[in-house]
Write a protein that binds this ligand. Structure first.
Ligand code: ZN
Length: 474
């Protein structure tokens, strides 16, 4: 199937996005699509000091030349992130309250407001946002548009994340990174000339974000196996059928080859469409992303800088590939189910463990809440483990067909210019080791580590990664 057919098929199952234009020099399509989906409405181009000169200004001029009433808002902060303050700032931009938005942008003593207070009824009077930028600007525009019961147009400037087309916005609220449900943009216009010229580190980050879907797919298969979150065929096939091809040219991606960048961007977009189809981030992330979320939550910096989503996800992805490598060494047909059940802790014990693990973090109750929602009683554990023992050779073969080895993933990242050692994002191997138990409990979502805890083989898949001869021997 070629790219056009894949995209047409993807659009047919995506629930929010109606138009996806991708190619060299296609940025002028944004005004046409705006006029089509928002006739008579006023546009506001939202960019930052980097994306305005690169593309924002051109899009603005093209909108003006097309006769669309258009304003602009340029975020002037050197460093800004998807924090709640900026969501509220973007809400003000929708309402045309630019001075208040600018005051909020520069405010230093901000306290996160109640999200429900930002929900407004739809009105033709509101501006329609045109986000020109990378993942953060897009997420801000996505959520602020949703608060006003309207959609927006997305003009990405880098192949850095899969969030452009995804359902939901990843925002830090009350110190914890959370996904807020909100629809994807109605139209995405991806100008490959601009995207291929983005800083190489951003492209490499996008490559890693796409590669994360390899172990995330394996963990979805596990969640499906135990019935926690069933695989939805549409959402699975739309990306997983092609992902190996999209990841096959890391050298060309690193070189900024337009075709390779277009393939990468298409893969990231299909990942977003998969999330739209599933109405969840399940198709795109699992533990691979939670390492990154934990680093976000800890305010991790390297050389004074916060690390990009994709770079942190690269390390999480490698950690999970290493865990799968260790899983595949086990013969689970020999699992003693009764012994596992005897060792299975009570919910109260697990809650206590979670509280201890998260003590002193920015979200001390997070693990407690996750384990409370995903804890299972002995009968369910018995049922799952018994079936696991019975079908392990076949199930293992299917998982092996999905998940790349640590060595393969590391080689791909090295060639793509993405981090392939923990130190590349300023994290010690010991820190990744210590994050594993936290990562298990960071989300309600069932993951490989949950299965390992039930089968009492958690230590057998985590410890060897950091032992002599392991992927990240300490
Ligand atoms: Zn991601």
């Amino acid at each position: 199937m070629n790219s056009e057919k894949r995209i047409a098929k993807a659009l047919s199952i995506s629930t929010d996005t109606k138009a996806f234009e991708m190619g060299q020099g296609v940025y002028t399509q944004a005004s046409r699509l705006f006029a089509q989906y928002f006739p008579g409405r006023k546009a506001v181009i939202v960019a930052d000091i980097n994306t305005w000169p690169v593309l924002g200004e051109k899009v603005y001029e093209n909108f003006m030349a097309s006769g669309i009433p258009t304003d602009k808002y340029i975020i002037e902060k050197e460093e800004f992130h998807a924090d709640w303050k900026y969501v509220e700032m973007t809400d003000l931009i929708v309402e045309g309250r630019y001075d208040e938005a600018k005051a909020l942008e520069n405010k230093t003593d901000y306290q996160d407001t109640d999200p429900s207070k930002l929900i407004k009824e739809a009105s033709e009077e509101y501006n329609v946002l045109v986000s020109v930028g990378s993942g953060v600007i897009n997420d801000l525009c996505k959520l602020a548009s949703h608060h006003h019961a309207q959609s927006y147009v997305c003009v990405p400037t880098a192949a850095s994340v899969d969030g452009y087309s995804s359902f939901g916005a990843s925002i830090t609220y009350l110190s914890a990174k959370q996904t807020f449900n909100c629809p994807a943009p109605v139209a995405i216009v991806a100008d490959i000339d601009v995207i291929a010229a983005a800083p190489k580190a951003m492209t490499a980050a996008g490559y890693a974000d796409l590669a994360a879907k390899i172990p995330a797919g394996g963990e979805w298969m596990i969640a499906d196996f135990v019935g926690a979150e069933l695989i939805q065929d549409d959402a699975w096939h739309i990306l997983q059928d092609y992902i190996d091809d999209f990841l096959a040219n890391p050298d060309a991606v690193a070189a900024g080859d337009p075709q390779a960048i277009a393939d990468l961007f298409e893969g990231l977009t299909l990942s977003g469409f998969a999330m739209q189809a599933a109405r969840s981030s399940r198709p795109a992330s699992c533990c691979d992303h939670l390492f990154s979320h934990f680093l976000d939550m800890s305010g991790h910096r390297f050389n004074g800088k916060l690390q990009s989503h994709g770079f942190q996800v690269a390390v999480g992805t490698l950690a999970m590939c290493a865990a799968f490598d260790e899983l595949f060494k086990l013969d689970l047909t020999q699992l003693d189910v009764e012994a596992c059940l005897a060792a299975w802790p009570s919910l109260e014990q697990e809650q206590e463990r979670a509280l201890k693990l998260f003590e002193g973090t920015a979200a001390p109750k997070l693990g407690y809440e996750s384990i409370t929602s995903k804890y299972e009683d002995k009968e369910k554990v018995r049922e799952d483990l018994t079936r696991l023992v019975a079908v392990w050779p076949e199930f293992k073969a299917r998982l092996q067909g999905q998940v790349y080895s640590f060595a393969k993933m590391q080689d791909l990242f090295r060639r793509a210019g993405a981090p392939y050692e923990t130190e590349h994002i300023g994290v010690k191997r010991e820190q990744i080791r210590d994050m594993f138990p936290i990562v298990q409990l960071m989300r309600y979502r069932y993951n490989l580590l949950d299965l390992a805890k039930r089968g009492q083989f958690y230590d057998s898949i985590v410890d060897p990664i950091f032992a002599e001869g392991g992927a990240w021997a300490i």
